[in-house]
Design a protein around this ligand. Structure first.
Ligand SMILES: [Zn+2]
Length: 450
């Protein structure tokens, strides 16, 4: 009797093993996101499509993909499916323990802020310079699940406070370019920020470095100085393809004081092909600037947060909250998604990102739009009311689920698995159920029910 029992168990086990092997080879895709509204500006897709991923890459985008072809199919009907969002301006060099420093305590670790709002790529905007970039890389970039890219500060010591950031002697375009060239595809730009002096040196050195390394400059224009007017920066000093961040701060001549519209400097900059980035931050987004500029037809090229410890809990909050502000000012969901995907990818010359082309990295955000009454707060603690709020339902990084707000990819706790748990590693980063392919575990009788 015992032997018979053992035999039938063994036969069953072999059966299951054969079944899963057979199924695995039949399932060419790891996961299909089914029935969502795909927004992919690069490929001009704005339609309901299925998206299949395999081995961390986008494998197919089509109106109907047979669910039998994938280990896992997630129903995302009613949601937008977009490329993983790219936040061009964050501060994530949090590992040094230095007080009052963006190469330290003022930064945050990226993973706690990214996936929950659909962000799969963040660009650290100059927290490190050529002297400390490798420390940043070792302690943050290489240890994060989020893809972290960097703009090197033109200041060798990075963003460690005014003592360092105003030091003209530590602005070396050659040394900065050399470090950038050592890490192509990770260092994607050069940053100048927070400079208070009258000199042009930081911008000239940044442009020099940028020309050697063939990457763009991002400018936070620091203190407003009459010796270096914004018009000269945007009409002469920067080249097409460079990036001007904090474009709705109004602190450095972005707004024409007479009309309230975009200043001549901003208009000539746009005409010349300079990109304008939001960089909301704690002190760089004012409704009195953003609303008239948007009304006069001056939208951003890219939406970004300038995430750091001061902005994270203030008006900025997170990437989607910043996007919501642009919805409240009349932009459409496809427009704000483009400003968080394809546009920023293109700005930093990383055209393999920010799109859902077959073969592109399978970094994907699934977003819903909540309707209601919402308040959106700026740098001066004033608000604009809006009616739409983007919510991130699901985030996929490298082909695997890394965030699932409402468990749309999960099975009900008391139901049998809807896909083979032994193959779960192909589509999710979360822990699969114990006991492999066995059905759900029964509620243990020994646990008292209260
Ligand atoms: Zn910043």
């Amino acid at each position: 009797m015992l032997i018979a029992k053992y035999c039938s168990f063994a036969v069953m086990t072999i059966g299951v093993a054969l079944l899963s092997t057979g199924t695995a080879s039949a399932q060419e895709y790891d996961m299909i996101l089914h029935g969502g509204h795909v927004l992919d500006a690069k490929n001009h897709v704005d339609a309901v499509e299925d998206v299949a991923v395999k081995d961390g890459l986008i494998a197919e985008v089509a109106s109907q993909i047979d669910p039998k072809k994938a280990v896992k199919t997630v129903d995302v009907t009613g949601f937008y499916v977009t490329p993983g969002l790219i936040d061009l301006h964050e501060h994530v060099y949090a590992s040094t323990g230095e007080r009052d420093s963006y190469a330290g305590d003022n930064s945050v670790y990226p993973d706690g802020f990214s996936f929950r709002v659909g962000v799969t790529t963040v660009v650290d905007a100059g927290s490190s310079g050529w002297r400390n970039f490798e420390d940043f890389k070792e302690h943050v970039i290489d240890r994060s699940k989020t893809r972290v890219l960097a703009e090197l500060n033109i200041v060798g010591s990075g963003m460690r406070g005014s003592k360092y950031e105003d030091n003209l002697d530590d602005m070396d375009g050659d040394a900065t370019a050399k470090m950038a060239l050592k890490y192509p595809g990770v260092v994607v730009g050069i940053k100048s920020a927070h400079f208070t002096g009258p000199e042009w040196k930081p911008y000239e050195q940044a442009v020099k470095s940028d020309s050697i390394a063939n990457i763009p400059v991002m400018i936070d224009y620091g203190s407003r100085r009459i010796e270096r007017p914004l018009y000269d920066l945007l009409s002469t000093k920067l080249r097409p393809g460079d990036i001007y961040t904090h474009c709705y701060s109004g602190l450095r001549g972005e707004q024409d004081p007479e009309t309230g519209k975009a200043s001549k400097a901003m208009l000539i900059g746009r005409q010349r092909g300079i990109y304008f980035d939001v960089g909301h931050g704690g002190g760089s987004f004012s409704w009195t600037v953003a609303i008239p500029l948007m009304q006069s037809g001056f939208p951003p090229d890219s939406i970004s947060t300038d995430l750091h410890i001061t902005s994270m809990n203030a008006g900025m909050k997170d990437m989607l909250n910043v996007a919501d502000k642009f919805l409240a000012m009349g932009q459409t969901v496809p427009q704000v998604v483009t400003e968080m995907t394809w546009n920023p990818a293109h700005e930093i010359k990383q055209d393999q990102l920010g799109n859902l082309s077959v073969g592109a990295p399978a970094d994907i955000a699934v977003l819903s739009v909540e309707k209601g009454k919402f308040g959106f707060v700026d740098m001066y603690n004033t608000k604009l009311m809006g009616t739409q709020k983007l919510i991130c339902q699901l985030t996929v990084r490298n082909g695997k689920v890394v965030w699932d707000l409402n468990g749309i990819s999960s099975d009900l706790w008391d139901a049998p698995p809807s896909s083979d748990p032994k193959l779960a590693k192909r589509w999710t980063s979360f822990t699969e159920r114990p006991f492999g392919g066995a059905a759900h575990q029964k509620f243990p009788a020994s646990v008292p029910v209260r």
